[in-house]
Design a protein around this ligand. Structure first.
Ligand SMILES: *[C@@H]1O[C@H](CO)[C@@H](O)[C@H](O)[C@H]1NC(C)=O
Ligand SMILES: *[C@@H]1O[C@H](CO)[C@@H](O)[C@H](O)[C@H]1NC(C)=O
Ligand SMILES: *[C@@H]1O[C@H](CO)[C@@H](O)[C@H](O)[C@H]1NC(C)=O
Length: 346
């Protein structure tokens, strides 16, 4: 009799837990600390810290988000945490040098690979809504027990970071946006709809040469290509050429479509978070330029004017424009980037 009632309680708890997880919009998920293969979800790039997994149930499927968790090398009274969000053609690991410096400055640093990217799951039937990506990051931090965070995002990661600030203002200590996407409404400016299948076809043929050409023209516009950028192109080219290459190409088609529909521009006035915005004067990155008319393309991606305009819309914003730099100032001129970044931090 007694045993039976214990069973009943146990099964009641279990069914409650199942109901809760099936209904929760923000699943708790579990952290996996065990070993992972070098080639994970189609990315074979070697990461400098152990790769951990956040396994969670979302949009009716099991997903796995890869991340690194870099401990603070200097102890502070209160734990300080930063999460660094990568751009669409990069991975969490691209922030490694920044993570090392933050760690030395007393920060624990979380480096996630977004769902769909790098060493994370690449679901083919999934809404890559930018808010969903922000929610996924928040689910990861919640599972890690992190309540207050400094959020840093570059390019697409900057767009996700801004959404993160809009969705979870009370958890964000400070928000750093580095050449974020979405400071303009590409579609309103005339970028036509590109069918997903056509977008996929243009993605699936990407290789080292085409990726490097794109980045040289768009990210490092007007500058000389440095050999240290090659590693990030190779990392990406290997994903396209890898065993999940076509899945990745399709994810990129879905992501591009979603990003185009969700420029963060219109929500910037609602951003309550303390925000630091920095852009490269020569950044000319814009979604849809490649399949727009010459007239439309000429209007897109002028960060030298988009940056100050966005800063004026954000209620609590400090702005800086790096003269002569492009889309990735932390790669192009680390010295200038870190000088500014650490002068603003805290
Ligand atoms: C998700 O994983 C759980 C636990 O392994 C499994 O029971 C369930 O069937 C999986 N769900 C889907 C949709 O794959
Ligand atoms: C890369 O792709 C381009 C365009 O599809 C193609 O012309 C080129 O031969 C490819 N290069 C390599 C090294 O595969
Ligand atoms: C901006 O945020 C900082 C830090 O939270 C705060 O001290 C300052 O008063 C805010 N300024 C404005 C104009 O809201």
């Amino acid at each position: 009799m007694k045993i039976r009632s214990v069973f009943n309680i146990a099964s009641a708890i279990l069914s409650c837990a199942l109901v809760a997880s099936a209904q929760s919009p923000d699943p708790v998920g579990t952290i996996y600390h065990g070993p992972v293969p070098d080639n994970l979800h189609g990315s074979d790039y070697r990461y400098p810290w152990p790769v951990k997994l956040f396994n969670f149930y979302n949009q009716r499927q099991n997903l796995s988000m890869a991340f690194m968790d870099v401990p603070a090398r200097k102890k502070c009274d209160k734990e300080k945490v930063a999460v660094l969000l990568h751009g669409g053609n990069f991975c969490g690991v691209t922030w490694s040098a920044t993570a090392r410096k933050l760690s030395a400055a007393g920060y624990r640093v979380i480096l996630p690979d977004d769902i769909g990217f790098c060493k994370s799951s690449k679901p083919q039937g999934y809404s890559y809504n930018v808010n969903q990506q922000a929610l996924n990051i928040n689910s990861l931090l919640t599972a890690l027990g992190i309540e207050q965070v400094t959020v840093v995002g570059h390019s697409m990661g900057g767009m996700i970071a801004a959404r993160y600030g809009l969705m979870y203002p009370e958890t964000v200590n400070q928000l750093f946006l580095v050449d974020p996407l979405g400071l303009e409404d590409w579609v309103a400016k005339g970028v036509p709809f590109l069918p997903i299948d056509a977008s996929y076809e243009s993605q699936v043929t990407q290789n080292f040469t085409t990726l490097k050409e794109y980045e040289a023209a768009s990210y490092f516009h007007g500058a000389v290509w440095k050999s240290e950028y090659d590693t990030w192109v190779q990392m990406l080219a290997n994903i396209y050429a890898g065993d999940h290459g076509s899945d990745y190409a399709y994810v990129m088609a879905l992501v591009t479509d979603t990003l185009l529909s969700q420029p963060v521009l219109y929500q910037l006035p609602h951003l309550q978070t303390r925000t630091y915005l920095m852009v490269g004067e020569n950044d000319i990155t814009a979604l849809g330029k490649a399949w727009s008319s010459a007239d439309v393309a000429a209007e897109l991606g002028h960060y030298s004017t988009l940056g100050p305009a966005a800063a004026a819309l954000i209620p609590n914003c400090t702005f800086h424009m790096f003269p002569g730099l492009g889309h990735a100032p932390f790669l192009q001129d680390p010295k200038a980037f870190y000088e500014l970044f650490f002068s603003w931090l805290d």
